[in-house]
Ligand binder design. Structure first.
Ligand code: FMN
Length: 411
């Protein structure tokens, strides 16, 4: 299958150590079906694979919790909502590697004992639906979906594609489950967690598209092979969607531990002011910190890297991100709903030189409250960029000859 979105071309040539490495179709599932389901969970745990959707929860542990539940009905959900600004790596997997991540879902179903799976696809990726449906039909024909999969008696599983309606919050796993159930996409209180009480109240694992793709390689090549790539605490590779002020934007696969400096070289980016790691909900890394690395122990990311050249005003960037969050907040909890407009106002004041030291202190304290008291990751992470740029903007203003700008922080 090779679906081409007419407006966006995927980078044509790709090589990588895990996801973009060679693998025979079906090799992962074959490896998994040779061993007991508990052993599959143990192998994924031993690989140290962590979720590639952003939060980095250990995949094996998530599967173990769901596998332990005594329930006849369990579900496997592939989170293909990909709504984080600057993230477009799942689009490549959805359009060119569908057999791979779907195989990962089948392995997950075997591991936890699920009979039904869903691919929750962001509304804007509607054009991928026909090809995904064709692939699922093909898999049913080849006994990779349906009853007694791979000749394993009693292993029955099928997958359905469900379309979101373009809400960023529906990428959050509990809002996604609400949406799958036909409700308004709003995050749930946790606990209970989806692995215990998920879709229609049954144990459900939600994993990112890239996580399922990595699972296939681990099942075929082993946990030790996987662990040998990356760093001690961050096994394997990460798909990076690189965009912004650079010569070679695109989707790259890099082993964990790659530095920002190396990324900039790879993407042919020169004269860079700052790099946004992790999308709008991530942090903005200034030039002085370009030796930092992509890894769970340093800069964690779901895959979005946005490069800002010298001409960019970081306050414009943060204002743009906050306006996105204001639009996408579900409005359920007060810190997020009421906090974002106040932050936007503060950025506008800073730009006009009307903020002042004391008010800025109050704003930073509001950011902390939002991080601690918001109900879900949206409200908790939306102040991140603001906090991360404030020292640099302060320095930039201090160096400027513009008295109004200087006043922004000192008035
Ligand atoms: C506002 C918000 C949006 C999210 N969007 C996505 C998304 O588009 N894709 C994704 O895989 N995870 C997204 N997540 C993370 C999911 O809640 C969840 O952690 C992830 O799907 C788990 O899969 P993983 O363990 O394989 O990463 C989002 C989280 C938040 C708070």
């Amino acid at each position: 299958m090779n679906v081409k979105d007419k407006k966006i071309e995927n980078t044509p040539k790709r090589q990588g150590l895990v996801i973009f490495s060679e693998i025979e179709k079906g090799a992962g599932l074959e490896g998994a079906l040779k061993i007991k389901s508990e052993q599959v969970v143990a192998e994924i745990s031993a690989s140290n694979l962590k979720g590639r959707g952003g939060a980095g929860f250990p995949t094996g542990l998530k599967w173990k919790f769901a596998a332990q539940e005594k329930d006849e009905q369990k579900y496997v959900v592939c989170n293909a909502d990909e709504g984080e600004p600057g993230t477009f790596k799942d689009r490549v997997l959805l359009s060119e590697y569908a057999p791979l991540f779907l195989e990962g879902m089948i392995i997950a179903a075997y591991a936890i004992g699920a009979a039904q799976g869903f691919v929750y696809l962001r509304g804007e990726y509607k054009s991928f639906v026909p090809a995904l449906e064709d692939e699922l039909k093909e898999m049913r024909k080849n006994s990779l979906l349906g009853e007694n999969i791979g000749g394993k008696k009693g292993f029955n599983f099928d997958i359905e594609v469900r379309l979101g309606a373009g809400a960023y919050i529906c990428g959050e796993e509990t809002a996604l489950i609400e949406s799958l159930e036909g409700n308004r996409g709003e995050p749930r209180n946790r606990p209970p967690f989806p692995v215990n009480t998920g879709y229609n109240g049954h144990p459900t694992i939600v994993n990112n598209v890239e996580t399922f793709a990595a699972v296939v390689h681990i099942a075929a090549k082993g946990a030790d092979w996987f662990k040998a790539i990356g760093t001690e605490k961050s096994a394997g590779t990460k798909l990076l969607s690189i965009s912004g002020d650079c010569g070679k934007p695109g989707v790259y696969e890099a082993a964990y531990g790659i530095s920002i400096k190396e990324i900039l070289k790879m993407a042919d980016a020169k004269n860079v002011k700052a790099v946004q790691v992790g999308g709008a909900s991530g942090i903005c890394v200034p030039k002085s910190q370009f030796s930092r690395t992509i890894a769970y122990e340093d800069l964690s990311t779901g895959g979005s890297i946005i490069i800002f050249g010298q001409k960019r005003n970081l306050l414009d960037v943060v204002e743009n991100f906050l306006e996105f969050f204001e639009e996408e907040s579900c409005g359920q909890c007060t810190p997020c709903r009421e906090g974002i407009p106040v932050l936007i106002e503060a950025v506008k004041m800073l730009k006009k030189g009307e903020c002042g030291k004391e008010y800025l202190k109050d704003i930073l304290s509001l950011c902390e409250t939002m991080q601690l008291a918001s109900k879900c990751g949206l409200g908790q992470s939306c102040p991140n960029t603001f906090i991360s740029i404030i020292d640099d903007v302060k320095q930039e203003y201090a160096l400027s000859k513009d008295s109004k700008q200087e006043k922004a922080f000192n008035g």
